[in-house]
Design a protein. Sequence first.
Length: 675
Amino acid sequence: MILAVFFAARQLCRFRHSSFYKAFDFKFEIDDFRGTLLISKPVNILLVDDREDNLLALNAVLRSQEYRLISATSGKDALACLEKDDFAVILLDVQMPGMDGLETARRVRRMERSINTPIILVTGMFPDEEHIRLGYEVGAVDFVPKPFDPRIMKCKVAVFAELFRKNETIREQEKQKAAEEELRRSRDQLKVIFERVADGIVVHNPDRTAVYANDRGAQVVGFETADALMGHDVTAAFGNRIDVFDEHGRPVPVQDLTSRRTLRGEYPEQEAVQRIRYSNTGLDRWFVVSSRPVLDAAGKPYLAVTIYRDITEEKRKKEDERFLADATAVLASSLDYQAMIEKVAVLAAERIADWCKFQLIDETGKLQALAVEGTEPTGEALDPVVVPIHGRDKNLGAIQLHSKGRKYDAVDLALAQELGRRVGMAVENAMLYLDVQAQRERLQKAVQSRDEFISIASHELKTPVTSLILHSEMAELQLNRKAPAEEIRERIRKYVRISASQIDRLSRLIEEMLDVSRIGSGKLAMELELVDLSRLVRGVLGDFSEQIRETGAQAAFDAVGEVMVRCDRYRMEQVVTNLLTNAMKYGGGKAIQVGLRTAGSNALLTVRDHGIGIAQEDQERIFQRFERAVPASDVSGLGLGLYIVKQIIEGHGGQVGVKSQPGQGATFTVTLPIV
Ligand code: ADP
C-alpha cells in the first residue's frame, strides 16, 4: 500500500502546472524556465552539396546564432543526418554525382521524420520547366538558382526557420495540454482511489505543509476534511486538538513524528504504533503509522507520504479481552469476594479507568463501597460510566468508572457491563458457597445438638424414673416390714412425696419436650385473656415458696400493683416458672428478686439472682433450642426452658433478654405490652 501511494505521489509531482496541487508548483518553475530556453534554441538547417566551396558559401551566408548549420556532401550523407535530427529546411543541390538532388528529395519525402521538412532545391543557372516540374513533384517547395542572391537566400531560410519554430511551439503546447489532461485524469483517479482507501493518507513537504491528504488522513491529524488541511501545517493541531502518544503511553514530541523523521532522512521505515487523543471527543484512537519519503533527483527527501492505519478496534478488542480474562482469573481465584473485588478494582484502575468504585448492596438495601481505586475525579468528570453488578436475577451493586479527559463510548460501556456481570456472578457464587457452608455448619450443629439432647434427655428422664422405681420398691418393702404402723405410714408417705415430685419433674420434662415440638410445628396455641400479671407472678411465687426455701434462698417480689396484660394465663405462668426455676438452679441459694413495673405502654418483669451468671458470648445463644451454658453434669436441664420462654413472649408481642456478668448473677427481663 505504502508503495502504491509513494508512486502515486511521485507521479503527481511529475506533472506541471497543477492548479489543484498548488504546493507542487514551486518545484516546476525551473522546468518552465528551461522550457522557454528550449523554444529559442537554434533550429537545424541541412545544407547538401557535393562541392565544398558551395557549402562554405552557404555557411557564410546563413551563419547566425539562430541556426545550427549542418553540411552534407552527398544525398546519402544528407539522409543519414535526417534520420538523426529534425530540420527546419533542407538546401539541396540538384546536380550531385551518384544520387542527385531530385532522387535525394524523393527519398527524403519517404522518410517518416522528414516527410514534411521543406526542401529548397539549389539548381543551375536557369532550371528548365521540366526540372522545375520534377522538383515540385518530388516535394521541393522552392528553387534557388546558382549563383544565389545571399539576401534572398537568407530571407527564404528565415521564413522556413520561423515556420519551423512556430510549429515547434504548437507541438510543444499540444504536448503540454496532453500532459495536463493526463495529470487531471490521473489526479481524479487518485483522488477517487485515495478517498476509498480505509487508511488515512497525508503527504507533506519539509516545511510541514500538507500537499495531499484524504479526508481520513486529515481527520487523523486533527482536521475536519482534506480541504481544511490542504496548504496548512500538518502539525497545527498537535498539542491542542490532538495529543500523540507512543505505544507505551509516552507523549511523542512533534519533531519525533515519523513523517518529520522521514523528511530529515532518518527513514524510520518500521511502522510505529501510536495513540492519538482527540480533545473534542475525549476519545483515543490507535494507529499504525508508516512514512516513506519521495526523493528528488539528488536523492534528498522532499515529500513525506504518511499512512495511518486505524487499529483502534482491534487493539481495544484485544485489550478488553485481556482485561476481562485477567479480571475473571482474579474473580475465580478465591471465594473471599471482598478481597477479589479489591484486586479487580486495582486492575480496572490500571487498565480501563483512572478511578473506579465497586459497591455492593448490604442487607439493609444500602450501597456499601467495597473498593475504591485510583485518583478520585475532582470537579467535572467527563461522562462517568455506572453499571450494575448483576446477579442471576437481582442487582447486587454497582461499578463506577471515571477517566480523566476521556469520554466513554458504547464499547467501553459494553466492557463495563460485562465486568459488572462477571463480578456479579462471582459475588453470587461466593455468597452461595458461603451460604451453603453456613447451612452445612448449622445442620452439623443441629445434628450435634440433637444427639446431645437425646443423651441429655434420656439421662434427665432416667433420673426421676430411677428414683420413682427405687421409692416404689422401698414403699413396697415397708409394707412387709414388722414395724409400728405409724412408722411404716410415715416412711411410705415420704416415699410417695418423693415419687410425686419425681413424677412432677418427669411430667415437666415431657411437657417441655412437647412444647418444643409444638413450637416447631407452629401449634403452640394461645388462649388470650385479660390477666393481672402482678397476681399471676405472686401466685407462681407462692407455689414455689417451699422449693425456694429448700434451696436456702429467699424470694422477694416488688410490684407496682395491678398490671393488666392480654395473655395466655397458663403460658405466662410457664414463663415465670421457667425463669424462677432457673434462678433457683443457677442462683447458688442466694436471694432472688422478682420485680414488676410499667414503662410507657409496657409491663417490665425482672427476675434477678446472684448466682453463677452468664458469659457475654453465651447470652444470646441460651435462648435457642438445646443451648446450655453449663456442663450437663453440673446442673440438670434440657436447654429448652429459655427457648420456650422466648417463643411464648414473642408470641405475645413482647421481648425477653438477659443482663449478666459471670459470677455476679443474672437479670432476665420480660417486656410485654399492657392493655
Ligand atoms: P436448662 O436450664 O434446662 O439448661 P434453659 O433454657 O432454661 O435450660 O437455660 C439455658 C441455659 O442458660 C442453662 O443451661 C444455663 O446455662 C443458662 N441459664 C439460664 N438461667 C440462668 C441463670 N439464672 N443464671 C445462670 N445461667 C442461667
